[in-house]
Structures are given as structure tokens and as C-alpha cells.
Design a protein around this ligand. Structure first.
Ligand code: SAH
Length: 220
């Protein structure tokens, strides 16, 4: 297992200071991001860039979300310890770890088998007790049913709000989802009732995510 050195801790503190400069003032989020060793979620070759505010490759043509995006989505979720959170798009597992660090009980779905296998093992080694599943996030989590979730986060660009996901969100719960094709608008949906008329939608600006794709994928 690679180490979390003083140099990494220093880079992490600088990353948190940079997030503050960029207007993130959610102390629960900043404290979690100050603790999670982001470099361990990346290839050793990217070690020097791990704490830059950049999206970096993680294999399977996917990228780890940049720190400011992770901070934004984590902030919008308004996590309280013990909440059940469904995450779609496990990827590197970094966002998963940040949510675990904030005290959430995380259920995470990834469609690409190589990422699923690698990240499930890594999270366990780092003692983040997220439950990881291979599946198609358009359907939510179908392998086991822990619904309804207090919070749902989608970390890939969704062309629309998947109805199965809204069904698995508890009434009163929040979903944070980037919606759009080429670029996405960050939406936060408050589910005040079952019917769409009861969903309150807030807008938080434009982002660029890798696309949310259909089905499971077994090849790298
Ligand atoms: N939070 C992750 C983001 C990785 S990129 C991180 O910071 O590392 C988005 C991830 O969503 C990719 O791993 C991609 O394979 C996955 N993904 C895309 N469509 C999906 C779907 N339908 N269901 C589950 N995961 C999906």
C-alpha cells in the first residue's frame, strides 16, 4: 500500500485552501477532503498532480472528478452522519470516500467491471465501508434493495433524470445530478412528493462530466 506522506498532507492542505479561495465554505466537506488521501485513488504516475484542481484519467476512458466539483456536489447533498446515500458512477472511489468520511452510509454503482473490481478492493483496504455494486445506474441499485435513500448523487453526465432513481429517493430527500449531453447543468432536486409536480429543481451552473451510459460493460 502506498503511503500518505507529509508531502501529500501538505498538498492536501493547499488543495483545501484553494477550494476556500474558490468560495467553498462548507466545513464538513472541507474537513473530509482534508482527510481523504486523494493520491491513493490515482495511478502512481499521477501522484504529483493528484491535488491539482483537475480531472485526471482513471482508466476505462473515465476521469476522477476535479476537487472543486467533488466539493460542490458533496456540499449540495447536505449530508448528515448516518444518512443512506446512493452514488451512481463509483469510478476511482474518491467521491465515495469523501461521503464515507462525512459519515454517510454509501451504496455505489459502477457500470464498468474493471473499475468496479479495482475500486471495491481499494475502498476496503483504506477502510471506507462503502458497498459497491456492478450495475447500470439508470436502474438505480437493483441487486439489493436498500431504498429509499436519503440522498442520491450522480457523478456522470445524465441526458435526463432517470425515473428509477427518483423512485428510489425518499420523500423529502435530495438528488444532485449533472444533466445534459455535451455539457451539463448541475441540478439539485428536492422530492417533496411522488409526482413530478412536487419536485423542486434548483440550478447550480455548468459542468463537464463523462457521459452516463446504458448497461454494464465488462471490457476495459
Ligand atoms: N466520482 C467518480 C467519477 C468517475 S467518472 C470519481 O471521481 O472517480 C463517472 C463514472 O460513472 C465512470 O466510472 C463511469 O464508468 C460511470 N458510469 C457511467 N454511466 C454509468 C451508469 N449507467 N451506471 C453506473 N456508472 C456509470
Amino acid at each position: 500500500m502506498r503511503e500518505d506522506t507529509y508531502r501529500h498532507k501538505g498538498l492536501r492542505a493547499a488543495m483545501v485552501a484553494d477550494l476556500r479561495r474558490k468560495g467553498i465554505d462548507d466545513e464538513a466537506v472541507l474537513s473530509a477532503m482534508d482527510k481523504v488521501p486523494r493520491h491513493l485513488f490515482l495511478d502512481l504516475a499521477l501522484d504529483n498532480m493528484a491535488y491539482d484542481d483537475a480531472a485526471l484519467p482513471i482508466g476505462c476512458e473515465q476521469t476522477i472528478s476535479q476537487p472543486s466539483t467533488v466539493a460542490m456536489q458533496s456540499h449540495l447533498l447536505n449530508i448528515k452522519p448516518g444518512m443512506k446515500v446512493l452514488e451512481i458512477g463509483t469510478g476511482s472511489g474518491y467521491q465515495t470516500a469523501v461521503l464515507c468520511q462525512m459519515g454517510a452510509r454509501v451504496f455505489s454503482v459502477e457500470r464498468q467491471q474493471p473499475l468496479f473490481v479495482r475500486t471495491k478492493k481499494l475502498l476496503a483496504e483504506l477502510h471506507y465501508h462503502a458497498r459497491c455494486y456492478l450495475g447500470d445506474g439508470y436502474q438505480g441499485l437493483t441487486e439489493v434493495d436498500y431504498s429509499p435513500y436519503d440522498r442520491i448523487i450522480i457523478t456522470c453526465g445524465a441526458p435526463f433524470i432517470p425515473p428509477a432513481l427518483m423512485k428510489q429517493l425518499r420523500t423529502g430527500g435530495l438528488m444532485v445530478i449533472p444533466v445534459g449531453e455535451q455539457q451539463q447543468e448541475m441540478l439539485r432536486i428536492t422530492k417533496n412528493g411522488e409526482s413530478e409536480a412536487d419536485w423542486q429543481v434548483e440550478h447550480f451552473g455548468n459542468f463537464k462530466f463523462v457521459p452516463m451510459l446504458d448497461g454494464k460493460q465488462f471490457k476495459s
